[in-house]
Design a protein around this ligand. Structure first.
Ligand code: MN
Length: 491
């Protein structure tokens, strides 16, 4: 972490990128958390407040929206202190409180057997679907916990690192948050695979030794030539390959380090797409591109939406360098993904909210995690598989058992929606009420206000207790559960 994080430096940091932020309230959030955690210590012996403060700094370093930074300061208050969520809400408003609530629901680092673990995972998916900001906060929380793992016993250290590497990092990756993914991976790597970590570090350091001056020169030349040709550069910087991703690549390339060309990549961020292609052309007039190494992820984005132009060139001295060229927008998207909307770019602007299409990705993420888990634990996990996530047309997520039907969905929304439901549109198609829903389905319920109540037949296909209960209650209120003909005969 370097030097100790303070509230003063946090306020200064946030003020620098978010001119509209209420810095007094930010300071108050700190004082509030500080007094709530008074007397509590971390395993390392430090005062507890260091943890929420460091978590807030991690977010502020990434220029994240101040509401999330405030929630970070307060994130452990309801779970660990006598101060309640209601008091957090009274002082800091519903937006911050709802994030604190989300993270509190996720719970802390507790391992009570596989079942509890899976249950926590399920909670995580729901929390994530409801408000992605809770996950942004959770990632920062985890990054700080990982960077202070040395204070924990080895077995616990290993479990936390393994969970971060196998579950948190891939989720960050799927959400397009490369910055978080890379940090989660590199912090966990040394605890999960210590030998491989040492090996990767040694090879990387050897390959990069004494290259700083060379990299700097390449960067200067590129900048000078591009500007001479009239291409505006928003910024340019060199990036060492992260250790874990280097390790994975080494394995894919059968340990042939010579085949890894992006040990250092130079990133060039320009204003427009036209500038990207112009820059590529100019670089190729200075240095010879390597055959088969020019990749146009602008016209053909990667499956996760990543866009950039990549090229690998040979320098005059025979060294190999990779360039990555993209617009500011593409860069924000690549680094922050689903979090980009809450991130201030260099010009102090925030990006418009995107349609929450990514939420559908959750189904895929679930599958990934499940595969990972069954490798990891060598057990058949069916808890997550037995749940599905479906969406309202507005994008709210509803968590239901597998094969639940539109009627279950309707009762989940509201009793009256269930009682009056008359039809369903699933993924823009009219669908019968007994259809089994699938992960990611968008469900709209059609109601008829003249409808008297639910049909007895629905009991044959509904899957949730909620739906069954409401239907039975209605039937009872209509004179019991006996069929109509029976009642008639009795009269
Ligand atoms: Mn925490």
């Amino acid at each position: 972490m370097g030097k100790k994080p303070t509230i003063e430096s946090l306020v200064k940091k946030v003020g620098n990128y978010a001119p509209d932020a209420d810095l007094d309230l930010l300071k108050l959030a700190y004082d509030f958390a500080d007094s709530a955690h008074k007397g509590q210590k971390r395993k390392s012996g430090e005062p507890y407040i260091i943890h929420p403060l460091a978590t807030a700094h991690i977010l502020a370093d990434l220029r994240i929206d101040v509401a999330i930074v405030m929630a970070a300061l307060l994130h452990d208050v309801p779970e660990d202190t006598k101060v309640t969520l209601e008091e957090v809400e009274k002082n800091f408003g519903p937006e911050v409180a709802s994030m604190v609530k989300g993270i509190t629901k996720l719970g802390k680092l507790k391992y009570r057997g596989v079942e509890r673990y899976i249950e926590n995972l399920r909670k995580m998916f729901v929390a994530m679907a409801e408000d992605i900001r809770v996950m942004i906060l959770k990632f920062a929380d985890r990054i700080h916990n990982l960077s202070t793992l040395d204070a924990l016993p080895p077995q616990k250290r290993y479990r936390i690192a393994l969970e971060s590497l196998e579950i948190y990092a891939p989720i960050a990756g799927r959400l397009g948050m490369d910055e978080f993914k890379g940090r989660l991976e590199d912090l966990s790597f040394q605890y999960v695979y210590p030998k491989e970590f040492q090996k990767a570090k040694k090879i990387r350091d050897e390959r990069l030794e004494g290259k700083e001056v060379f990299i700097e020169n390449i960067q200067k030349t590129a900048k000078k030539e591009l500007e001479a040709a009239g291409v505006k550069i928003n910024f340019i910087h060199g990036r060492k390959k992260r250790l874990y991703s280097f390790h994975m690549k080494l394995q894919r390339k059968n340990n042939e380090t010579a085949k890894i060309y992006d040990m250092v990549a130079l990133r060039i961020i320009v204003p427009t797409i036209a500038d990207c292609y112009a820059a590529l052309g100019i670089l190729h007039t200075i240095w010879k591109p390597m055959k088969g190494r020019i990749k146009d992820y602008i016209s053909q984005p990667k499956p996760n939406g990543y866009q950039s132009l990549h090229t690998t060139v040979l320098s005059d001295t025979g060294e190999i360098v990779e360039f990555q060229i993209r617009t500011t927008d593409m860069h924000e998207e690549a680094e922050f993904g689903a979090a980009a909307h809450w991130h201030y770019d260099e010009t102090g602007a925030k990006r418009p909210a995107k349609k929450i299409q990514w939420v559908k990705e959750l189904a895929e993420i679930q599958k990934d995690v499940l595969n990972k888990l069954s490798d990891l634990e060598e057990i058949k996990v069916d808890f997550l598989q037995s749940r599905i996530f479906v969406f309202t047309p507005k994008g709210d997520v509803i968590d239901l058992p597998e094969n639940a039907t539109p009627v279950d969905f309707a009762y989940h929304i509201h009793t009256e929606v269930g009682n009056k439901c008359n039809g369903a549109i699933v993924n823009e198609q009219m669908t019968s009420l007994d259809t089994g829903l699938k992960n990611g389905d968008v469900v709209e319920i059609l109601t008829d206000k003249n409808r008297k109540g639910p049909s007895r037949d629905w009991l044959k296909f509904v899957k949730t207790h909620t739906a069954k209960g409401h239907i039975n209650n209605y039937l009872k209120s209509q004179g019991g559960l006996l069929p109509a003909w029976f009642k008639k005969n009795k009269e």
